[in-house]
Design a protein around this ligand. Structure first.
Ligand code: 5RP
Length: 225
């Protein structure tokens, strides 16, 4: 079975009846969402907050009851994909442009599980361009500022026009390479006017589920060690 599928299906085993779920975005999350749909059809009483319009469309297709993030006190379990993750559970997300909602959902979740194929696990993050969500107003100046700070931004383009997020913003993909101070870059980016959120997720997830050629590998984030 495909690595992404193995991971998506395995993570669904953490779902319990009556949970409020956070549904991630992407090709790996697809398999988990499909599985959630099966659980609902078997009688599980689940509610879900979608991290993107694409995911909301999928949830509707699989008849998963959706609620808005403002209708829930918290999320019991958020399951999402990832673009790159290192051994300290620092990650880059947002390849699909859903990073803002993905981060907000993760922030209010009791437990966060990330699902992935084995290519996503790396020694140090940064080979994957770091997405940041930027406001369209003044975006050329935000890009200039990012460039002046050596973040090598590239405005994400789709169908010859700027890619627009579900929050009606743009994405700049930063080509900063592997050797960077993650905390420092995160803080610097967040301090720039025009940058709304970054795809740097620092020590956010509790469990990672990796699909491999030999089955599934599960690693817990033991913060006490
Ligand atoms: C979307 C994301 C995705 O979780 C990430 O891009 C992984 O996607 P895939 O499972 O398709 O490889 O962050 O914004």
């Amino acid at each position: 079975m495909e690595e992404k599928k193995i991971a998506g299906i395995k993570a669904a085993e953490y779902i319990q009846d009556n949970m409020v779920l956070g549904l991630g975005t992407g090709t790996t999350a697809y398999y988990m969402i499909e599985k959630v749909g099966e659980l609902v059809s078997e009688g599980f009483n689940l509610k879900a907050v979608a991290t993107s319009q694409n995911t909301a469309d999928l949830a509707n297709k699989f008849k998963i009851p959706l609620v808005s993030i403002d209708e829930v006190e918290k999320i019991d379990l958020a399951i999402d994909g990832v673009d790159e993750i290192d051994g300290r559970f620092n990650a880059i997300k947002g390849g699909g442009g859903a990073l803002f909602r993905e981060k907000m959902v993760a922030d209010i979740a009791d437990k966060v599980i990330w699902i992935m194929d084995s290519s996503k696990v790396v020694d140090s993050i940064g080979a994957f361009p770091l997405p940041v969500e930027i406001l369209p107003y003044g975006y050329s100046h935000t890009l200039k500022k990012l460039k002046s700070l050596s973040f090598n931004p590239v405005l994400r383009i789709k169908d010859s026009v700027p890619f627009v997020t579900d929050n009606h913003n743009y994405i700049a993909d930063l080509h900063i390479g592997k050797a960077f101070d993650i905390e420092c870059v995160s803080q610097k980016l967040k301090s720039i006017t025009g940058v709304l959120e970054t795809g740097l997720f620092l020590d956010t997830c509790d469990i990672i589920v990796i699909g491999t050629g030999n089955g599934v590998e599960i690693v817990e984030n033991r913060r006490d060690q």
